[in-house]
Structures are given as C-alpha cells and as structure tokens.
Design a protein around this ligand. Structure first.
Ligand code: FCB
Length: 452
C-alpha cells in the first residue's frame, strides 16, 4: 500500500484546555471558576482530584511548545480561562491573566506553530454561575463582552479562533445530568442554557468580527455518528433525532438561524425561553466547523410517553460492541469520523472543517527504559487518520487535525485516571515524556502523510 498523502498545507496539531492543564488556579488575580468550585466539593470528582496544579502549564508552557515543536506539529489548540481574564466574569480585564496568553501566543508564533485558541472550554467564572449560570440569558451579553476584550488584546497576532468547545456536552453534563460543573439536574434550565449559549455564540461572533475584521472564526462541536440499534422504523427515526440533537443543536442555529427538528413534540420554545428576534441573534456564519469526535452512538427508540421534553431516543453505551474498547470503555470505531465528515459536508454545503479533537485514553506508562510504548494509541490514530483521508478523497474539505490531547491531563469527573496524552505526564513532578504514539504522530505530521 502506498503512503496516504494529505492536502498541501494541512494542519497537524494537538489540543488541550485551560482547566485541564494550567493549574495555578489562584495565581495572578485569577477568579474562581465553576470547575474550581466543583472539584473542591467532596464527592464530585473521582479520588477527590482537582485541577489546582494539573500539568502546571501556566508555569511550564514553554516545555509544552517545545514538545509540539519536537513533533513538528503546526497547530496548537488550547483554551483561555475566562476567570483568569475577567475574575468575576465582567468588567475591565486582569492584565496579568491576559499577558499569560500573550506570552503563550508569542512563543507559538516564534516556533512557527499556529495558535488556535478556544474562548470557552467550560471554566465559567463562578460569579456568573452565582448569577444563575447559563440558564440566565444575561450571560450571552457577558460572554460577548469577554470575547471582545480578548480579541482586542490578542487579535492583532492570533487570527484563528473557536468560540465554544462542545456546547452540547457542557450544557447536558452541567445542567441536565449534573456530573460536570456546576452539577445541576434541571431539565427546563438545561434547555434554557442551550438557548443562552446559542445567543452567546451569535453575539460573540459579531463582537469578534467587528473588533478585528480579519479573524477566522469557528467553534468546536462534539459529534458522533448515530446508528440505529435495529432496522425498525422507530429506531431509525430515533437515531436521526439523536443526530439532530447531539450534532446539530448548536451548529444549525449558527449556520441557518433555526433549530433542528429533534423533539417529537416540536421545539420546546417556552421551556427554552425563546423571544422575538432570537432567531436572528443565534446566527453566526462561521468560517469553519470544528469537529470533536471519539466514537459512534447506537440509538434506541424510547416509549412515546416521555413528555414534551423527551427526545424519544436513548443512546446505548459509548460506541457499540464491535470494535476494541479504550480504557474509558469507548469503542474504537474509525468509520464514525468518516461518516460524520461526509454527512456534515453534504448537509451544510461543504463547509471548511477542522478536526478539533480526536483521541483515546490508555494508561500505558514508562517502562524500565523510561519509554512509553503505547501501541494501542498509535493503532487508534492510524485507523482514524485513514478514515479522515478517505473522507477527504470523497469530498470533505478538512483543513486540519488535532490529537486530543497533547498532555495527559485532568479528565473532568474522572480526575487524572484517564490518560489521553501523546505526552505522558508525571503529576507528582510535572515531568513530561513524549510517548511512542507522539513520535509516530510527529512523523506523520512531518511527511504530511500516513505511512504505508
Ligand atoms: C471532550 C472534551 C475534552 C476532553 C475529551 C476527552 O469531550 O472536549 O476536554 O475531556 O472529551
């Protein structure tokens, strides 16, 4: 088999997020975030782990950039901590917090690596949660103000941005299921939260565009290929509703100004608190669609008596049972990425796509020689990258790929137990070791091709 070449100029990257790697949770005027509060609350995170120190990238970001460089990567996706910049979620910026990101961006630019930041990867200022959190519509305006502050400070030299990371996941996990910060289980408020986030998305997009005309702006959406559990009409329809809800609830509002038809009894407008003019406000004509994908989802129909807030669909596990499982129990199923890339390409008129996250959790650590031989991770990346290549051949306009994650890090409710890094981290000392999968990935990046 010949090597599989990727398009010229394809971006090879790795991704992280502020709370998962930075540590320094109280440094230099940073305010408290909902993840600080949540992880400090006993019983919320496995083993009582917190992101207080994590990978301490706040103090060691130059080592992180050196690792990207060693692998020959050309793009680094990271996120900004809102409470580092606006400790209480409003008002004049904390210059020291902004300066951290300015130094990181300059360091990346000096290394010839594209800085590719996300404005919001889940660490809401606690003060804004105290004011009601995302169910409170006022947060849309607050968020747009934050977006403008950031872009005015950093948009002169950092040109490619993402607004939100996985809006569906942080609203569902935070306000419906309650296993992520802020830990609420409130079905109506969850729906309101999704609508506020869509308003915030549109507002922030316009604020950023008018503050700095030449930015390339997208968002990173969590996606999964939805497959029916059986051939029954009910399961097929349920899988389609799940696709609309999981994959399009935030994408369709931004690109088309409408909500997808996901709920069997129609859009729950009242529960969502929809007002006149909102459908204009939620629009954000993104320059690219960021896709985070890990596996597929098998969907079953649910009995019809679930009430107006029921989707009438139920996912069965994380992935199916045909492929191998990662340490997190997620099925390895590369074709899911191929299928989603083509579905979005078809349904949204061939948008520019960046794969903003893809990866796997395996606990392999250093052997007696200090080498991390994580062959299962290399196999994972080989399989998914082959699927990306196939999707590009079939017409998807994919411009970049980001491994989740650069570093083993704080994996939310799982604490440090799930290791997703292509770099191993000793959390006691902060020591970093490039895993064999990272070496392999660097080789792919340097050749812009998957080896035969
Ligand atoms: C995604 C998140 C990311 C990381 C991976 C494993 O849902 O965006 O922060 O936790 O999953």
């Amino acid at each position: 088999m010949a090597a599989l070449a990727f398009p010229k100029g394809f971006h090879w990257g790795a991704a992280t997020a502020s709370y998962q790697i930075e540590g320094a949770w109280q440094a230099d005027g940073k305010g408290e975030s909902i993840w600080d509060r949540f992880s400090h609350t006993p019983g919320r995170v496995k083993h009582g782990h917190t992101g207080d120190i994590a990978c301490d990238s706040y103090h060691h970001f130059r080592e992180d950039v050196a690792l990207l460089r060693e692998m020959g990567l050309t793009s680094y996706r990271f996120s900004l901590s809102w409470p580092r910049i606006q400790p209480n979620g409003r008002g004049a910026p904390n210059e020291t917090g902004l300066d951290y990101y300015a130094r990181l961006i300059d360091c990346l630019l000096d290394a010839g690596i594209r800085p590719f930041p996300t404005l919001y990867h889940w660490d809401l200022p606690q003060a804004l949660e105290d004011a009601g959190g995302w169910p409170n519509r006022d947060l849309a305006g607050r968020f747009a103000e934050y977006a403008e502050v950031v872009v005015r400070a950093l948009g002169d030299r950092c040109k490619s941005w993402m607004i939100f990371n996985e809006p569906n996941i942080f609203t569902t996990m935070g306000y419906l299921i309650g296993i992520h910060a802020p830990g609420r289980r409130e079905p109506e408020n969850f729906l309101r939260a999704t609508h506020t986030v869509n308003l915030a998305h549109g507002d922030a997009f316009r604020a950023m565009r008018s503050a700095q005309r030449d930015l390339v702006i997208g968002s990173a959406f969590n996606m999964t290929a939805c497959e029916p559990a059986t051939d029954s009409q009910q399961d097929i329809a349920a899988a389609e509703r799940w696709h609309r809800f999981m994959n399009e609830w935030f994408l369709q509002p931004s690109l088309r100004g409408t909500y997808p038809e996901a709920y069997p009894s129609g859009l729950p407008r009242d529960a969502m608190g929809v007002k006149d003019g909102d459908f204009e406000r939620i629009q954000a004509p993104l320059d690219f669609v960021g896709i985070n994908l890990y596996t597929r989802t098998i969907v079953q129909a649910m009995p019809a008596d679930g009430g107006p807030l029921s989707l009438g669909a139920l996912p069965v596990g994380i992935g199916g049972d045909a492929g191998p499982k990662t340490d997190f129990g997620w099925e390895v199923w590369p074709n899911a990425l191929h299928d989603i890339l083509l579905r979005i390409t078809l349904d949204y008129d061939r948008p520019v796509i960046e794969i903003t996250e893809n990866g796997c959790s395996y606990a392999d650590g250093p052997d007696a020689q200090g080498v991390v031989r994580d062959t299962r991770r290399t196999d994972f990346y080989r399989g998914y990258l082959e699927a990306v290549h196939r999707a590009i051949q079939a017409g998807a306009d994919v411009r970049g790929y980001h491994a989740w994650s650069l570093l083993d890090n704080f994996e939310w409710a799982e604490g440090f137990e799930q290791r997703f890094g292509i770099v191993w981290v000793d959390f006691a000392t902060g020591k970093r070791i490039l895993k064999e999968s990272g070496r392999w990935y660097g080789n792919v990046a340097r050749h812009n091709a998957l080896p035969a």
